[in-house]
Design a protein around this ligand. Structure first.
Ligand SMILES: NC(=O)c1ccc[n+]([C@@H]2O[C@H](COP(=O)([O-])OP(=O)(O)OC[C@H]3O[C@@H](n4cnc5c(N)ncnc54)[C@H](OP(=O)(O)O)[C@@H]3O)[C@@H](O)[C@H]2O)c1
Length: 292
């Protein structure tokens, strides 16, 4: 595809709670850190260039978290893009502590979430966070207490919209009794459909569904993916992204990369259309995780 015609807008748009509208292909910034999602990226300049190119390619939804780096990822986004272009939505998250590379420990206590939101506001250089996601429910903290804290931070004007990640339907329903929820971010791909019923729930309830690890595939899935990719004259990752976009109008994939070449390849998938047969073939591959 001609590089000039690559644009995330080709994926259509999705609304967050009827308040914010973004193109349905975003960017996950997590990879722009050091190994183990720890410390600075190997090439600082290249990481800034990836973020700037993402915006040039029509991406107006960027996913990050205070725990990526930690802190490094949010700081990079601000360094690359502040003052932010109109319409750019940055979604961050809180609920983890990071004791070291590759290590993640839960902390969704009210005190931690309050501190985390203050930190994200400073690092992102904003007065209000567009979309704040509870990164994951904390097994030893009352889920309602975590959500009530986010509701209070929203009331205080520090968060515009509240969202969830790594949750079940029960979590979503409980959260919605406390505060309006605009999206859910769970692991999902054509070969990893444990959360199929959450995708359907989100579509019915007009919430966004943000799949992370959109390329997850086993060997058989890889073979089917390669065959479809060859027929389409596309790459396997483009086919995996096109499958997600077709799966539901609620879907907002956020493929992550540290390379401009891969970024362009991923955004080009916004205009790739699978046939019904290709879609079904991919939907039928053995699953990595047992379906519920
Ligand atoms: N909510 C959560 O708990 C959670 C968990 C994990 C991730 N996330 C979010 O989801 C986003 C996406 O997830 P992810 O980064 O784990 O998975 P991903 O986007 O599926 O995969 C990223 C990996 O694929 C490679 N890649 C990307 N585009 C490629 C291409 N066109 N060709 C070949 N390789 C390519 C990247 O390497 P290169 O850098 O070499 O391109 C990287 O190693 C993250 O950035 C983060 O924002 C959320």
């Amino acid at each position: 595809m001609d590089k000039k015609t690559i644009n995330a807008a080709s994926a259509g748009t999705i609304s967050f709670g009827g308040e914010l509208s973004v193109h349905r292909l975003g960017f996950g910034a997590m990879r722009l850190t050091g190994d183990g999602v720890w410390g600075p990226p190997k090439n600082h300049k290249a990481a800034l260039a990836v973020l700037r190119r993402a915006v040039e390619l029509g991406i107006n939804f960027i996913d990050t978290a205070d725990s990526y780096g930690p802190y490094v990822n949010e700081e990079l986004i601000a360094e690359a893009l502040f003052p932010y272009p109109a319409g750019l939505v940055i979604a961050t998250k809180g609920g983890w502590n990071r004791p070291g590379p590759g290590q993640w420990t839960h902390d969704a206590t009210p005190a931690h979430l309050r501190q985390a939101v203050e930190g994200s506001l400073k690092r992102l250089r904003v007065d209000r966070i567009d979309v704040y996601q509870l990164h994951i429910p904390d097994p030893v903290v009352s889920f309602d207490a975590s959500m009530e804290t986010l509701a209070q931070l929203r009331e205080a004007g520090k968060i515009r919209l509240v969202a969830l990640s790594n949750v079940t339907q029960e979590h979503i329903e409980r959260a919605r009794k406390i505060v309006p929820i605009v999206s859910v971010q769970n692991r999902y791909s054509f070969a990893d459909r444990e959360w199929d019923y959450i995708v359907d729930y989100c579509e019915r309830s007009r919430l966004g569904f943000i799949p992370w690890f959109p390329l997850g595939a086993g060997k058989v899935a890889g073979d089917v993916l390669n065959a479809v990719a060859q027929a389409q004259g596309a790459s396997p990752i483009q086919v995996a992204l096109a499958w997600l976009l077709r799966r539901s109008s609620a879907m907002l994939p956020i493929p992550g990369t540290s390379s401009i070449e891969h970024l362009e390849e991923n955004v080009a998938a916004a205009s790739l259309r699978l046939t019904q047969e290709e879609y079904e073939k991919l939907a039928g591959v053995p699953q990595l995780v047992e379906s519920r």
